[in-house]
Design a binder for this molecule. Structure first.
Ligand code: AP5
Ligand code: ZN
Length: 218
């Protein structure tokens, strides 16, 4: 299984990626998680990316494309992969196409803007694994502690309300166009065209999981 998860910031890409990667036994390639790991490691990339991410902008296409191509060379990607947060611009999508990085499905998780700020302000993340929780919608078993490792959860620096609004605006200006891009490609029936599936991201996490599994088996 090779797929792309598309959706606004906070739509639930990371939450559903966790279920999908387990079911299909494929790695989750979350470019956001990769950048946060670089920040934590204090690399040159991390230092540069932090400024952009804290302001709600996008890291440059060249850097992101290079990062993803390198990641795909690793042995765990040979039987499939799940992209979460990539591609985010037409340039990134075109670069994937040009490099022959094919996908079987593009799954869009649709959540209107008015739900997003509330989701982000209650989000808590486990930095080591990328697992995400919500203080009321999807709480960990013990407050502020990851269910599997027992390690502390953190709040992301870019989840402040004004930054979330900026990220949403960047999404509408630069990423949303990819919904049409992949939809049209899917309908073209050309060789290598992915299947396009759209599900609602509103409702209990388990309900969205079942909708995602159903969409990916059609
Ligand atoms: P990234 O980490 O990709 O962030 P994002 O796309 O903004 O998405 P999020 O991780 O915020 O949301 P999500 O859809 O994963 O939702 P989640 O499951 O966590 O990118 C961060 C930054 O890195 C970017 O701003 C950019 O600067 C940079 N970057 C990354 N990739 C890049 C690229 N390719 N090019 C350039 N720059 C790049 O859920 C959110 C919350 O909602 C959680 O609390 C969760 O528990 C809760 N929730 C989930 N599902 C439900 C539900 N059904 N009901 C209620 N609550 C729910
Ligand atoms: Zn995420």
């Amino acid at each position: 299984m090779r797929l792309i998860l598309l959706g606004a910031p906070g739509a639930g890409k990371g939450t559903q990626a966790n279920f999908i990667k387990e079911k299909y036994n494929i790695p989750q390639i979350s470019t956001g998680d990769m950048l946060r790991a670089a920040i934590k490691a204090g690399t040159e990339l991390g230092v540069a990316a932090k400024k952009v991410m804290d302001a709600g902008g996008l890291v440059s296409d060249d850097i992101m494309i290079g990062l993803v191509k390198n990641r795909l060379k690793e042995s765990d990607c040979q039987n499939g992969y799940l992209f979460d947060g990539f591609p985010r611009t037409i340039a990134q999508a075109d670069a994937m196409k040009d490099a022959g990085i094919d996908v079987d499905y593009v799954l869009e998780i649709n959540v209107p803007d008015e739900f997003i700020v509330e989701r982000m302000s209650g989000r808590r993340s486990h930095p080591g694994s990328g697992r995400v929780y919500h203080i009321t919608n999807n709480p960990p078993k013990v407050d502020n502690v990851d269910d599997l490792t027992g390690e502390a959860l953190i709040q992301r620096d870019d989840d402040k309300e004004e930054i979330v609004k900026q990220r949403l605006s960047v999404y509408h200006n630069q990423t949303e166009v990819l919904l049409g891009y992949y939809n049209q490609w899917a309908q073209s029936g050309l060789p290598g065209a992915p299947k396009y599936r759209r599900i609602s991201g509103i409702g209990p996490v388990e309900q969205i999981r079942e909708a995602a599994f159903a969409a990916l088996s059609e």
